[in-house]
Design a protein. Structure first.
Lengths: 172, 418
């Protein structure tokens, strides 16, 4: 069954044929992050795909994955392109290395999951929180609820983790 | 010409020097063309045909690229009275130019047609904004876009910035070093009467401009313009009959990708770009290396893209791109000028074709600057690169174009003067 929803004024939809995205976001809606695990080579992959990037096998199982990791790179957007984000500037888009499967199957590979920096309840982070995050910051996954069967995985500062001094863009 | 001996004989290079760019043309670069992409495309293709000294009946192949924002080959062919034996309209943006030139060579080699014109026509400012504002920013989000646009991660600058910022982190590259790309291209554009922005800028100007998305300042980003561009590819043998000095194609690499090109950030180092792979095709096929190149055309959608590509194609050591683009090498009068027209940052945004056109003119030794035209009808180049002066590079023999679609995909081409 297809999903039609609205997030920050943006129309979102998942077609009924799009089984991979329906499954991915269904787990997110339950606040229980899952990724596809290849039944042949036992590697997780992100984002959802229709076959394994390492062995071509189509069959995969959805398995729970711990939503913890460290910021690999980010952009801090001051000039929003989409109308939905204009009121939220500056906002952060984070590329996060999951701890799970980091450095596998080769040294420079990782499950790098995109999301915004948000508050623990999934609201886009305020400016004073944005300033505290950079490369290396430990983050944990939270969710922005959108509609039945659809929540977006997001990132917030992991208050329980030991935090390194993050690397921030220098011209500040 | 000072070419190295062949450095790789692992595969036959039957097409090296067998094809040529025989005509180039473009429209004005404006913000507000006041005409359709069909009219723009027709204008540019006609200019290229006239530049080559051909008649419409001499053209029998046509290729174009676009992103749902332009006219199609049959309309340009119809407007100019061209009967086609072959055409394709391809979905694609940056890095399509070099890739389609390679495809044109293959199509001619297969005997499907004899002379191919490629065009890109776009109202990138007044109709479909290339920066992604306007209609493109408000489309419904579904499928693979659910993992990007939902996060306000949509425009080219937003999508590429992970690579740009990570390069700063990995190698200590500074905003001032990268700003030097804009400075160099602005100096080049000041000697290009058709450039949209002709004012010379300083590093301080770039750093003082507002942040769009870190690490990009406004002046790290290219200009959105309305324009069309065209180049004509034919065999080197047919090029002998042309009006222009022959510009031969040494080798092409087309839309070479990093692994996991669906979401290339999965496979690091993310501070490397597709040129790292493309160079393994480009240099062996061309039989030259970076040291043999006199002029580069490294795609400058952003200052960072120029720097990253020059580095990954081997013009400097990995990690030293910031130094390379800020030490004068890429300026007119330097060892290896880049984007002597001003490129996308200053001349106008064309999805890469204006950089090929510029290098063709450099190799003809007939760049259209403000130098006087002599009694023989040719420009008398002064090689004085001060503002408003010359932009012809002395003894330009070999050029390299490095096209960019995104960090994970790029194309390239080496050309030489006959």
């Amino acid at each position: 069954m297809s999903i039609k929803a609205n997030y920050l004024g943006m129309p979102l939809s998942i077609d009924e044929l799009d089984g991979e995205n329906l499954a991915y976001f269904k787990h997110c809606a339950a606040h229980d992050f899952h990724l596809q695990l290849c039944v042949s080579c036992n590697l997780l992959r992100y984002p959802p795909t229709t076959a394994c990037p390492w062995c071509m096998r189509a069959e995969a199982q959805w398995v729970p994955v711990e939503g913890k990791g460290a910021v690999h790179a980010y952009t801090e957007v001051h000039h929003a392109i989409q109308p939905a984000f204009k009121a939220a500037t500056p906002y952060l888009v984070l590329l996060v290395d999951l701890d799970t499967q980091n450095g596998k199957p080769s040294a420079h590979e990782a499950l790098r999951v995109v999301g915004n920096l948000t508050t623990p309840d999934g609201q886009l982070a305020p400016a004073d929180m944005v300033k505290r995050v950079g490369i290396g910051t430990r983050v944990r996954m939270v969710f922005s609820d959108v509609a039945p069967g659809l929540a977006l995985p997001q990132w917030t500062i992991d208050a329980e983790a030991a935090q390194p001094q993050p690397w921030r863009y220098p011209e500040e | 010409m000072p070419l190295a001996t062949d450095i790789d004989t692992s595969s036959p290079k039957h097409l090296r020097d067998k094809y040529a760019i025989i005509g180039v043309g473009e429209t004005s670069y404006t913000r507000g063309s006041g005409m359709t992409t069909r009219a723009l495309g027709t204008w540019a293709v006609r200019n290229a045909i006239e530049d080559a000294g051909l008649r419409p009946a001499d053209i029998d192949g046509m290729l174009s690229y676009q992103s749902g924002d332009s006219t199609f080959a049959p309309f340009i062919a119809g407007d100019l009275g061209i009967r086609l034996n072959f055409y394709m309209d391809v979905f694609g943006g940056g890095s399509s130019t070099e890739a389609l030139i390679g495809m044109a060579m293959g199509v001619i080699e297969a005997g499907m047609c004899k002379t191919v014109v490629l065009f890109r026509a776009m109202n990138g400012f007044s109709q479909v904004r290339i920066g992604g504002t306007g209609a493109r920013s408000a489309v419904p989000i579904s499928g693979d876009m659910l993992h990007s646009r939902t996060y306000g991660w949509q425009s080219a600058g937003q999508l590429f910035s992970f690579t740009f910022l990570r390069h700063m982190y990995d190698y200590g590259t500074t905003p001032a070093q990268v700003a030097a790309v804009r400075v160099a291209h602005s100096q080049h554009a000041s000697n290009n009467p058709k450039a949209y922005y002709q004012r010379r800028l300083t590093v301080e100007d770039v750093l003082a401009s507002r942040i769009i998305c870190k690490p990009l300042h406004l002046l790290d980003c290219c200009v959105e313009t309305d324009n069309a561009t065209a180049v004509i590819v034919s065999s080197a043998a047919r090029a002998r009959d042309g009006r222009q000095p022959r510009v031969l194609i040494r080798g092409v690499a087309g839309r070479v990708c990093k692994p996991r090109v669906d979401m290339h950030y999965q496979h690091g180092p993310i501070s490397s770009v597709a040129g790292k792979y493309a160079r393994e095709i480009l240099w062996p096929n061309s039989g030259v290396g970076p040291e043999d190149v006199d002029v580069t055309g490294s795609y400058d959608a952003f200052t960072f893209t120029t720097m990253l590509q020059l580095e990954d194609y081997g013009f400097c050591k990995k990690g030293e791109g910031g130094q390379y683009v800020s030490d004068g090498t890429i300026c007119l009068g330097g060892r290896r000028p880049n984007n002597t027209s001003g490129g996308h940052l200053c001349e106008g945004y064309t999805h890469g074709m204006n950089m090929v056109i510029e290098n063709v003119r450099q190799l003809r030794h007939e760049v259209d600057d403000s130098c006087p035209i002599g009694a023989d009808g040719k420009r008398q180049h002064t090689y004085d690169y001060r503002e408003g002066g010359c932009r012809q590079v002395k003894q330009c023999e070999v050029t390299a174009n490095l096209g960019w679609a995104m960090p994970g995909t790029g194309s390239a081409m080496v050309m030489r003067r006959d």
